[in-house]
Design a protein. Sequence first.
Length: 437
Amino acid sequence: MTEKPRSLKNEINGSKNQPDVTSHIDRLMYLEQGLENIDRESLIEELDKILTVCMEQKENLAALMNCKNILAILKDESDEKIKSKYSNLLDKFRANQLQQNKKKWEEINKIHRNMNHIENIINIDPDVAPNLEIIPFEELEIDKFQLDQMLNEADKILETHRVEVNHAGSRNGAIQLASGKVLPINEEFMISPDLDFEEIESNQPNLNIIAELTISVDNQEEDPIEDAFIEDMIPYNYEVVDVEINNESARCLPTKKLRKEGLELSWHLTNLKETGPIKFKYHLRPRISRTILVPTEKELQVIHTHSNLQDSESVEGSYRTWLEFRNEYAQELNNVLLEDIIPEFYTYEVEEKKRGDFESSKQSSPFLVKWQLFDMEKQFTSEHEYQLTEFEMIEQKKREAERLLAMDIKQIFFFKRKKWKKKQEKARLYLAKFSRI
């Protein structure tokens, strides 16, 4: 039966033996291996069928690898016509791969050029590529005076130029089986937070909001996977906290690249010989996502970025982050708009700190905070410090406060009543603060 190209499926069960993980320089270096003790005609027929499907689906990497394996089998073939056919195809696939790599690196280089400018204006967290868009005022059909005076115009611009909060990722690549067949991988997947608060101890739920993304590479026992070349794309509004392969922490991190769509993680797994699926589990934490509108003399600059949430050392389920905007432009800025999207399942408190004398205003809702900065001279800075707390942690503390207030103070030892009253007063204040959550 002809082996058909397969896509990944979201599965949970997998092998517990973690494969070796290495970074790759040349993806095809492991293809130069002897293909002995095989049914040559049958395998060439299988490889050719897979090659045809790869060409139809424009899966260039898998097509290139299959074509190279066919030529390795035909090494001693006397029919030069058939060898020429696959040699010409191989040249075509190599040219396509070079062109794809060229476009990728042009994109990556452009991202890093933009970052060199943006890093003077905002703080950039690791594994985040802020985006800069330049919009002439003529394209907006609005002049600078209107933008300075009318906040609702800025809101209209945000509707079409707001930072993307994306809950979808993608996986591409190829797997080489022991038989020599190479199957393409091309799949999209959805990311959603884990809301099953499992109790790790009595009345102690696991309160760390983490999106657990599990994706597997299928396998066949009669034709195990030997090598896997995998590229996973994770959107920037999620931070990769940890990665497990077959239920163990990855011994070697993948190669990372900052792409337009998100963080690309490239895996090269070799010498697998696995008889079960290879399971990847990504532990992802949502980030705060920010849009910045900066009106300059001739244009509107739109900056998109994302900020990591740092664990609070003192309070479980609590996080902090700092978002900063610095006027490093060669002019005074007015009516700069900053909009912060707060991840779901958190409540927040925020404090603004200024370096320089300028006016600012704030509008807020449960998941959105807008800042407007006025008459901001060069070198002035606006910093926003966020304290986020998971809703489930708040609910747990509210239950504890209610139990504390429900206790009869007469049952408390006389000399401890004064201290107990202070605890009850704190409980009342806490319930009043979070009564609407």
